[in-house]
Design a binder for this molecule. Structure first.
Ligand code: HXC
Ligand code: NAP
Length: 293
């Protein structure tokens, strides 16, 4: 496993980055690396206390400036206020990282209409609210060289049972990423997405693998590389995608999952279970058929 920090010192100097859901989990890990690379970072979510603690911790660790801003992404007015708060502090904003999400496992027939809506509202409507507010601001102020990075999942294109609202919403976010990458390129905006595989966080694991499901469904076993992801690995990719080094990458979704989704997809991938010594026998059987026909 290689978890060295990828970009050169100061690679994000001069950039201001807003990270939704930046107070915990992957949002926090990405925010930390952005700060280490010299960016100003605003972290936002519903829980201001948590954000303040994270901002303090990250500032101490990185010597950067991290601004905590309360904002429920489901509410467009709050998103506009959050953008205003970031602009008041930093003057400009260059990057939006749509990372906030809500999710839990459930058979779909057990969901109330409000439960389904709640996930769609956080993931799809929240990403739309932030994208629209920031995009309009950049267009109005004629600010170019901006970018939006969306965190999706690999089931945005495969779909997945038992997380249907999340899969539905993430698919919408991916479509938004690709659509606006074309439509708003003329304003100097880039749009990309990252589809992470399993990266253990408390927020995701408590809701997707509650209780002893963590032991029953060892996520590492689903991954050809036989391990889960390290937060720094994701942070390295995110930092590249929000940096000017990726200036020609637009409309792309980059998967970082150790090959997990392809393992589930390939029709004969299950042959992995065949022991090495059985292949001689199988080959002989196949060859025998060929000579007979
Ligand atoms: C069925 C449930 C439920 C459950 C909540 N609801 N939990 N229904 N099973 N386990 C229902 C409620 O009864 C309610 O419907 C509706 O959902 C809204 O619930 P609230 O608790 O009122 O909502 P809210 O306080 O807004 O909380 C949102 C939340 C919560 C999504 C339910 O879990 C949350 O705050 N999550 C944020 C963080 C998070 O989810 N992180 C994980 C991201 S992981 P009724 O009808 O009763 O009113 C991720 C990874 C993807 O996305 C890929 C991994 C490999
Ligand atoms: P997490 O720690 O639970 O992160 C979710 C964040 O979203 C929290 O900080 C939460 O903060 C915020 N949030 C939730 N609802 C919000 C709302 N209405 N308004 C504003 N913020 C809200 O989980 P995570 O694993 O780091 O997930 C981060 C991202 O990675 C998500 O997009 C997730 O879908 C994606 N992802 C994760 C994995 C994985 O293996 N971990 C895999 C694929 C994709 P508050 O509760 O304070 O609001």
């Amino acid at each position: 496993m290689y978890t060295q920090k990828m970009l050169r010192d100061g690679a994000l100097k001069g950039k201001t980055i807003v990270v939704t859901g930046g107070g915990s989990g992957l949002g926090k890990a990405m925010s930390k690396y952005f700060l280490e690379l010299g960016a100003n970072v605003a972290i936002t979510s519903r829980n201001l206390e948590k954000l303040k603690n994270t901002a303090k911790e990250l500032e101490q660790e990185t010597n950067g400036i991290c601004l905590p801003l309360q904002c429920d992404v489901r509410n467009y007015d709050e998103v506009e206020e959050m953008l205003k708060g970031a602009l008041e502090k930093f003057g400009t904003v260059d990057v939006l990282l749509n990372n906030a999400a809500g999710n839990f496992i459930s058979p779909t027939e057990r969901l109330s209409a409000n439960a389904f809506d709640t996930i769609i509202d956080i993931v799809l409507k929240g990403t739309k609210n932030c994208t629209l507010a920031f995009g309009k601001h950049w267009i109005d102020t004629k600010q170019s060289n901006t970018s939006i990075l969306n965190i999706v999942t690999t089931y945005a294109w495969t779909g997945s049972a038992y997380v249907v609202p999340s899969a539905t919403a993430k698919a919408g976010v991916l479509a938004m990423t690709r659509s606006l990458a074309v439509e708003w390129a003329k304003y100097g905006m880039r749009f990309n997405a990252i589809a992470p595989g399993p990266f253990p966080t408390k927020g995701a694991w408590d809701r997707l693998l509650p209780g002893d499901l963590k032991e029953k469904f060892d996520m590492a076993k689903k991954v050809p590389l036989n391990r889960v992801g390290e937060h720094q690995e994701l942070a390295n990719l995110a930092a590249y995608l929000v940096s000017d080094f990726s200036a020609y990458v637009n409309g792309e979704v980059i998967t970082i999952d150790g090959g997990e989704w392809l393992k589930g997809a390939g029709q004969f991938n299950l042959l992995e279970e065949i022991p090495e010594e059985m292949w001689d026998q199988l080959e002989a059987m196949i060859r025998a058929k060929k000579t007979k026909s």
